[in-house]
Write a protein that binds this ligand. Structure first.
Ligand code: FAD
Length: 559
């Protein structure tokens, strides 16, 4: 079994150089993670490389919902809605610690995109296609009931509402849990390794893959029988490398922005999926602990793929939408405490607007043998992965013996629980056991929603730190940081505060006080010199300020 520790880098690099893999997966987002897990559990020898950190691309910047995509019904994408709708239950069952049921309110308004009858019918079809359990089936509400369910809604345009179920998740953690499970099953998964080019054999097929190790600052060669390009927004960048070319099917990137406000500023009783008055799009407002986040936008993106950020106009659009439907809250730019922007790797369709582009996935075959996958949703990653690995297995044919069937439908992820009951019991037991070191039920609960049963390792570490670190918050932080280095391959402050814990987005105001201290811990752990230590802090600070950079020169938006 491989380990997933940042401290084993030397050994991991040795394996990467010395092994011939059946499959190399390029890209450590949810798609690459799902493919690596599927392939290794079928018996293939698998490596996955990611140029930055796992989930650094779109897979840490989504709306973080495991959902069937209600709005795709309007576009008659029945097959897509059915597949992702059914996958919701599978992803929940395999990782219920990070995929939580979420009640969603759909207000029906005058001039909205769906009338009362169509909303009722749409939600019924949605439940039917996804084969939803009876207690989670949609309920249609009167105006009075809708207003009571969410008192912040404006009532002058309200015609009623629909209440239905989706699942809320943490995209980056779902990615990490997939990678962690792949590693436990024998895959070698490394971050900060960038694929730069391919070497072809006499038949013009990829024989070797040239990569750069951004931590060891070395150029390396990887050997693999098959190569999958799962680089999301970067898919076309690799498709045109040596021996490859774009067909008329190419990517169309669209940017989606979310903003975060303190919960007290938008104290919703549950999530709301509402019409934007100005353009008939739909936007989510999702309460989560001490904050509420709202999004998203959908605009064609032609700038640098690596650095999408929220512009003032994106923020203004979202604030105007929220202020229209929740008129009493009067959100202002100053209220926004964080944001994120992600790029959808969609397939271009001539003459279609961003919101009309299909979310279906598609596999492209390069003349050099490269298999590329693009499009799709976080929710549907497992089925997408299965389709890609089916292709890989077929191509490998007799070259690899003893390859089994896809196993991921019933494969628990990371620190998974088998049932809600088991999870509840675990939280109660650990709360009792860790009272002595000052952990409260809410602390244990928060840890379990990230790490599942592996919370045990963090609590053990917190016990070990107890005699020397008195402040309980600090103790949890350091125990989590330690875990993320030794068990989740965190290499720097940004890996920990953004992709392993989501704190930059959801607890930005709280991390100001601890970021320097945490960086000092990393400095000790990795024996960094001053330059390396400053680099880690500077890189994080850049991200820390970029999530509110739109405020520069901003004015309060009009409604
Ligand atoms: C705003 C927004 C909201 C969304 N909301 C939802 C939602 O709520 N629910 C849902 O189901 N879906 C949602 N989606 C869609 C979903 O997030 C994406 O489909 C999914 O995350 C794409 O994952 P990916 O792995 O294909 O790409 P990515 O996550 O971008 O991963 C690709 C990775 O490849 C790496 N890479 C690139 N080039 C190289 C190279 N040369 N060498 C090595 N590595 C490389 C990148 O660094 C990156 O980490 C949303 C998307 C957006 C943009």
């Amino acid at each position: 079994m491989n380990d997933f520790s940042a401290k084993s880098r030397k050994e991991h690099i040795r394996q990467l150089k010395d092994t011939e893999f059946d499959l190399l997966v390029i890209g450590g987002g949810i798609t690459g993670a799902g493919i690596a897990l599927d392939a290794v559990t079928r018996g293939l020898k698998v490596a996955l490389v990611e140029k930055k950190d796992f989930a650094w691309g779109t897979s840490s910047r989504s709306t973080k919902l495991i959902h069937g995509g209600l709005r795709y019904l309007k576009q008659l994408e029945i097959g897509l809605v059915r597949e992702v709708g059914m996958e919701r239950a599978v992803v929940y069952r395999n990782a219920m610690h990070i995929v939580r049921p979420e009640k969603m309110l759909l207000p029906i308004i005058i001039g909205g995109s769906l009338g009362k009858t169509m909303s009722s019918f749409g939600l019924w079809v949605y439940d039917f296609l996804a084969d939803v359990d009876s207690e989670e089936k949609r309920k249609m509400l009167t105006v009075k009931k809708t207003a009571k369910t969410e008192p912040l809604l404006r009532t002058d345009v309200l015609k009623g509402g629909g209440l239905y179920y989706e699942y809320r998740s943490d995209d980056a953690r779902l990615t990490i849990e997939n990678i962690k499970t792949a590693v436990r099953n024998g895959a070698l998964c490394l971050n900060y390794i960038e694929v730069e080019d391919f070497e072809l054999d006499a038949n013009n097929r990829i024989e070797q893959i040239r990569v750069k190790d951004h931590i060891g600052h070395e150029n390396l060669i990887i050997r693999a029988k098959e190569v999958v390009n799962a680089t999301g927004p970067w898919v076309d960048t690799l498709r045109v490398k040596k021996g490859g070319r774009l067909s008329n099917r190419k990517l169309h990137l669209t940017k989606g922005v979310h903003i975060v406000v303190p919960y007290q500023k938008l104290p919703l009783k549950q999530s709301v999926y509402f019409d934007v008055e100005s353009d008939n799009r739909m936007v989510f407002a999702i309460p989560r602990g001490n904050i509420t986040y709202i999004g998203t936008t959908d605009t064609t993106y032609n700038q640098d793929i690596g650095t999408p950020t929220a512009d003032f106009s994106d923020v203004e659009y979202i604030l105007n939408a929220a202020n229209f439907i929740f008129p009493s809250v009067n959100l202002k730019v100053e209220d926004v405490i964080s944001s994120w922007a992600g790029l959808r790797p969609l397939i271009h369709e001539e003459g279609k607007d961003p919101s009309e582009l299909s979310r279906k996935d598609e596999i492209f075959y390069g003349e050099n043998g490269l298999i590329s996958i693009a499009g799709g949703k976080l929710t549907g990653y497992r089925k997408m992965s299965e389709r890609v690995v089916d292709v890989v297995v077929e191509r490998l044919g007799g070259r690899v013996k003893g390859v089994g069937e896809c196993k991921t439908e019933t494969l628990g992820l990371g620190g998974y629980f088998k049932s809600e009951k088991e999870m509840e019991k675990f939280i109660i037991a650990r709360t009792g056991e860790s009272k002595q070191i000052g952990l409260k039920q809410k602390d244990v609960h928060a840890l379990v929603l990230k790490y599942g049963k592996e919370t045990d390792l963090i609590i053990e570490k917190a016990f070990e730190l107890y005699p020397t670190i008195k402040d309980v918050e600090k103790r949890i932080h350091i125990a989590e940081l330690w875990y993320s280095i030794h068990h989740e391959m965190s290499h720097n402050l940004s890996d920990y505060l953004i992709r392993r814990t989501g704190r930059l987005y959801f607890e930005r105001t709280e991390i100001e006080a601890v970021k320097t201290y945490l960086n000092d811990c990393l400095t000790k752990e990795f024996s960094w010199d001053e330059t390396e230590s400053n680099q880690s802090l500077d890189d994080f600070n850049q991200e820390y300020f970029s999530v509110v950079a739109f405020k520069e020169g901003s004015k309060t938006p009009s409604v």
